[in-house]
Write a protein that binds this ligand. Structure first.
Ligand code: PLP
Length: 401
């Protein structure tokens, strides 16, 4: 297709993917962001870094993660479905790939303190984990509402030695925690590294996080080739909150149009309602947390509060790479409601003996919306495991019985 010819997985030198991205930061943060912009490529491609990063991914997190042929799921949809098992990573999701990488970047930059934002607490736990392992001081900002909703993850972070600070502005969720983390960074820029949890934020974070998650698609290509006539599956499906697991699963396929890329947003109660988090479906261009993207906002530009049953998808924006890939028709974007996701999560548990994170269940629900042919090969990125979501699953089961 002519109009996706220049769909790009890499931003220009100012961090723009087409019209999206960039680095809109306050003057106080400029030196920090500039330092990172100038050094991240050289650091993450250095041999030292590659060795430490690969070593930790393999021996600490348990990579490569399997590509599992889900035979009963495949039978149900009369096609071939493979699950990329990011749920088997240490701490239960893909987030550790990025946390390990950025922890090493922070060390290469000589930083001694790490700060992070977290919504559901998964990124906070991954960050607290790698900081404990590397002996770095860790502070995690989390919305007061989320601290109450996600008590087990708060306990984990504390046990790992991190300080958890409540953000008490706005809805007291992820957006507010991010504002708080940025404020803290402004106050102690010299020794502090801000470890962002997705392909969002000012340049170079979206590109850096995408490169650190790209290990997922590097493995998929090898694993697909071992079972298929080529290294290119028919399609890859992933859920998108900020977009880091999707960026990782798509990365090495973006330039190969033979593979269809399907991004699944959280519709919440429906994209036609106000209770949604489907930024590509309902957002308009705006700026949040230092970058330009599709953003959920009111007529006069106030950011609206997102809603999804899944705390990990509950963000009013989306990574700039996806905004651009969407405009250029390189990705197909679907939206899945809370109930569709819950049903898909229960289905996977019963068909395959795998309890998925509710985020990942959104990707699974997309299976009901696709016309499959029997010999097509679909790879679904199972971004995380559902242990953290047991309460939500059992409440749902109680209600539907
Ligand atoms: C955080 C999270 C997500 C959403 O974040 P992305 O950056 O869009 O990947 C998805 N799945 C799981 C399991 C998560 O923990």
């Amino acid at each position: 297709m002519a109009d996706n010819q220049n769909a790009n997985k890499n931003p220009d030198k100012n961090g723009f993917y087409g019209e999206y991205g960039g680095a809109y930061v306050p003057e106080m943060l400029y030196p920090n962001v500039k330092e990172l912009q100038e050094r991240y490529r050289e650091i993450i491609s250095s041999q030292d870094f590659r060795q430490e990063y690969t070593g930790l991914l393999n021996h600490y997190s348990g990579r490569p993660t399997p590509l599992y042929y889900a035979s009963r799921l495949s039978e149900k949809y009369n096609t071939k479905i493979y699950l990329k098992r990011e749920d088997l990573n240490h701490t239960g999701a893909h987030k550790i790939n990025n946390a390990i990488g950025q922890m090493l970047v922070a060390k290469h930059l000589g930083k001694t303190k790490i700060i992070a934002e977290t919504g559901a607490g998964q990124h906070g736990v991954a960050t607290a984990t790698v900081c404990a392992m590397a002996g770095l001081e860790c502070t995690v900002y989390m919305g007061a509402t989320d601290i109450k909703r996600q008590a087990p993850n708060v306990a984990r972070m504390k046990m790992l030695g991190a300080k958890v600070i409540a953000a008490t502005s706005g809805n007291q969720t992820l957006k507010d925690a991010t504002n708080e983390a940025i404020r803290a960074w402004i106050n102690s820029p010299e020794d502090t590294y801000y470890l962002i949890g997705s392909v969002v934020g000012p340049h170079p974070y979206p590109d850096m996080v995408a490169r650190l998650q790209a290990i997922i698609s590097a493995e998929i290509r090898i694993q697909v080739q071992q079972r298929h006539s080529s290294e290119f599956p028919t399609r890859i499906i992933a859920c998108v909150g900020g977009g880091s697991n999707a960026a990782g699963a798509f990365y090495h396929f973006i330039d190969h149009k033979a593979t269809e890329l399907i991004a699944v947003e959280a519709a919440g109660l429906g994209t036609e309602t106000a209770e949604t988090a489907a930024s590509l479906h309902v957002g308009k261009m705006g700026i949040i947390h230092g970058f330009k993207t599709y953003l959920m906002q009111t007529e006069d530009g106030q950011i609206t509060e997102p809603y999804s049953i899944s705390a990990g998808l509950d963000y009013p924006g989306i990574g700039p790479m996806f905004a651009d890939l969407f405009d250029k028709n390189r990705i197909t974007c679907l939206a899945v409601t809370d109930n569709e996701a819950m049903e898909a999560g229960l289905e996977l548990a019963r068909l395959e003996g795998i309890i998925p994170a509710i985020e990942s269940a959104h990707a699974l629900a997309a299976l009901t919306k696709i016309d499959f042919k029997p010999d097509e090969m679909t790879v679904l990125n199972l971004s995380g495991r559902g242990d953290k979501d047991l309460d939500t699953y059992s409440n749902y089961l109680d209600k539907s019985n």
